[in-house]
Design a protein around this ligand. Structure first.
Ligand code: ZN
Length: 738
């Protein structure tokens, strides 16, 4: 990628790329006029990362590659705000707004605004429904980002803020004119765009995780995650809406940076901070009211949720004169749009089964227009909520029934949900909604889980079909199972799965059915587009997948709480399936055991010497229950008879975890090229098992490169840096296999 540059050119290229990528972020988020495609951005980022690995001496903590740095935090640091983040008074009608303005006008009449008799300019700024954040820059560098908290003290979420591309890491003037203050604290809203919210919930649905209620909820959850990779993986955005502490370099107070709020937004925008894209400066209250009314229609078309309009006095000087009450500033008020709530009739409830077996009640209603779209379906969330819905009578709650008149709202303007029942309109023949005891798709027994999060009402429960071969879940599971990172079955992609399942002649309703496909060779050949060659490569792919081993198999089955990592860890902790099935439930979480119990199970006294499985006291019983369920027993029996390996090649004996003393212990190894005897992922696991760290790119810290056939640029780089290179023969020898 960096070919064609000499050493000194490379230093120059690093600088060039950093500038270019910073500019691209700014163009996208602050100026809303992208200068490159996402793919181009990613390509340049990779080029920069590669060059930085080669030149550790040119390290810069503010490089665009450093947005996700370091390890997950263990907890939040509390930070006191230099200037309190006060809450704003709300008003829910125009009269409230008029009263507020009248108080300001009166203050002016009493001489507060000096000789200026004109009513003060006010600014309308849409209220984005997200999470408020105070972002502090010192000498133009992002130093920390803190949540509002109680207004006086908030949580330090700098790790997450750095991963948000809309928040610049360094400030720079776009025209060379704007001054960067010594301290610049900007308050703003972190929010999740609607599309991202929908994508995230789809993904969570697939993984059987609880859905986020609305984008605000999802944003808060993301910021509060201690792992910065989480924030980086979700496309959060940011928009400034206030001023915190500002200290100039030389003379002048905060107001000399910008005398008004509207000017402040312009200044920080020219320094690269997004904000103020939708603000309007108004000369009268009547004008502001028009802006508010117009925005109520426009806001439903935006890609993010808004719930009101913040109206404030523009001049910072006047704001200071007006001051604050005990709770909130006098110079600002938030006009809240009424949540659009409609009444309609609940016609039916569908019980939908997701990929992980979660059963969700979904309302079918008489169509109703809410916030600009016709709504016919809405979520009822879960069966606990159905039992505990609000009514029109304060304090009275009831269950939702089919035939009821129900209140429907769009949560965060996006997902329609049933929020209550008009009890007074309940027809005599309204039917109770029964939570299914059996899976509506396969008839298996449903398991009821207790509430997961502490902040959910006690009634809230998750119902799940526990049959891993439930047809409602099966298609998704088969596609997942065959995927490259799972069993890696060549030729069994989504399309082929659908083609075979749609044939009606070839059964494909279980994992075992995959390994029986060779019995249907002639029927496969008759499928559209399945020639001799394709069928053969599919069958070869399936045959090859039989030997992936226990860890990969477990990780591929879509077992709740057993993802990629846990599957592999279980494969390392147990030599084969029989050993795993013979283990008592607590042996699935060896690190959590008391010393006495560990001794009983023949495990080392020091928890660190016991195998890590990734499971704990909440998850181990769920996995145990699945492993021993009748459905799983059948799967094991079938897979065994079909010759699928249930052994664990990665198993390592307790205490041998560090691989101490071996030729690979403590080494940083890079694999490149094609190896004859190993798959790369498999080899990486073996080496990690022997105490090595396997890395994706060659740098001066690499201790060994293992090169197979057709090794490319990594091998070149290794030679250039003088790093030891082994071929496969040397590797086999070191592993004691040749
Ligand atoms: Zn089912």
């Amino acid at each position: 990628m960096a070919k064609g540059y000499s050493k000194s050119d490379e230093a120059g290229r690093i600088g060039e790329l950093r500038t270019l990528l910073h500019r691209a972020n700014r163009a996208y988020y602050t100026d809303a006029s992208p200068i490159m495609s996402d793919a181009e951005f990613d390509r340049l980022l990779v080029e920069l990362r590669d060059l930085e690995v080669k030149h550790p001496e040119l390290d810069d903590p503010d490089s665009p590659t450093k947005r996700v740095g370091g390890e997950p935090l263990t907890g939040f640091r509390q930070v006191r705000h230099r200037l309190a983040m006060l809450s704003i008074d709300n008003t829910y009608d125009e009269q409230g707004l008029r009263d507020w303005y009248e108080r300001i006008r009166k203050a002016g009449e009493s001489g507060l605004f000096g000789s200026d008799l004109d009513p003060p300019a006010i600014v309308c700024d849409p209220k984005i429904d997200g999470v408020a954040l105070s972002v502090r820059y010192e000498s133009g560098k992002l130093v920390h980002a803190v949540t509002r908290g109680d207004g006086a003290v908030g949580d330090d979420v700098t790790h997450a803020a750095r991963a948000i591309r809309a928040i610049p890491l360094t400030l720079s003037s776009d025209d060379g004119k704007a001054v960067v203050p010594r301290v610049l604290e900007v308050r703003g809203e972190v929010y999740m765009p609607a599309r991202e919210f929908e994508r995230l919930n789809r993904e969570r649905e697939e993984e059987g995780e609880e859905l986020f209620m609305n984008p605000r909820n999802a944003t808060a959850g993301t910021l509060k995650n201690l792992d910065p990779k989480v924030a980086a993986s979700r496309n959060l955005s940011f928009s400034a809406h206030g001023r915190g502490e500002v200290i100039m370099r030389q003379d002048g107070d905060a107001n000399s940076f910008a005398p008004t709020f509207s000017e402040f937004l312009k200044r920080i925008r020219s320094l690269g901070i997004p904000g103020g894209a939708m603000t309007t400066v108004c000369r009268s209250l009547e004008q502001a009211i028009l802006v508010i009314r117009e925005f109520d229609t426009a806001r439903h078309k935006l890609q993010f949720a808004t719930d009101g309009m913040v109206v404030r006095v523009d001049s910072f000087g006047l704001q200071e004169e007006l001051g604050v009450t005990s709770k909130s500033p006098r110079w600002v008020v938030a006009y809240k749009y009424p949540a659009e709530r409609k009444t309609t009739r609940l016609l039916d409830v569908l019980h939908q089964v997701g990929k992980t077996g979660k059963i969700t009640p979904r309302a079918v209603m008489e169509p109703v227009l809410i916030a600009g779209t016709v709504v016919q379906h809405a979520t009822l969330h879960n069966y606990g909520r159905i039992q505990d819905a609000e009514t029109e009578k304060p304090g009275v709650r009831t269950d939702v029934r089919i035939g009821d008149a129900v209140y429907v709202e769009k949560a965060g303007e996006i997902i329609p949900q049933v929020v209550g029942v008009v009890l007074g309109e309940r027809p005599a023949k309204a039917r109770r909604i029964l939570a299914p005891d059996r899976c509506p798709e396969c008839g298996s027994i449903v398991e009821v889980e207790p509430p997961e999060a502490a902040d959910t009402p006690a009634l809230e429960t998750v119902r799940r079909c526990m049959n891993p071969e439930c047809p409602a879940q099966m298609r998704e599971k088969l596609v997942w199972f065959a995927g490259r990172k799972q069993m890696d079955i060549e030729g069994l992609g989504e399309k082929t799965v659908d083609l075979i399942r749609g044939s009606g002649t070839i059964p494909l309703n279980s994992f075992a059915d995959i390994f029986r496909l060779h019995e249907h060779r002639s029927a496969l050949l008759e499928l559209e587009g399945m020639g001799d060659k394709k069928v053969q490569s599919l069958l070869d792919g399936i045959a090859a997948a039989k030997s992936r081993g226990l860890g990969r198999l477990l990780a591929s089955m879509g077992i709740r709480h057993v993802g990629d990592t846990t599957g592999k860890l279980l494969g390392r902790a147990f030599p084969d399936l029989d050993a795993l099935l013979a283990a008592p439930v607590d042996a699935l979480m060896p690190r959590a055991l008391k010393k006495e119990r560990a001794a009983e199970l023949g495990l080392p006294a020091d928890p660190k010497d016991r195998p890590e499985t990734g499971l704990g006291k909440d998850t181990a019983p769920v996995v145990f229950a699945y492993l021993h369920s009748p459905a799983a027993q059948k799967t094991w029996k079938d897979l065994r008879s079909l010759g699928v390996s249930l052994e664990s090649p990665d198993y390592r004996k307790h205490g041998a975890a560090s691989g101490a003393g071996g030729p690979f212990a403590g080494k940083t190894i890079v694999l490149t090229g094609t190896l004859e005897n190993f798959e790369r992922t498999q080899l990486a696991e073996i080496l990690e098992g022997l105490g090595a760290k396997v890395s994706g790119s060659v740098s001066s810290r690499t201790s060994l490169v293992i090169a197979g056939d057709a090794a490319g640029s990594k091998l070149d780089k290794a030679r250039e840096l003088g790093i030891t290179v082994w071929d496969e023969k040397q590797l086999l020898k070191a592993l004691g296999k040749a």
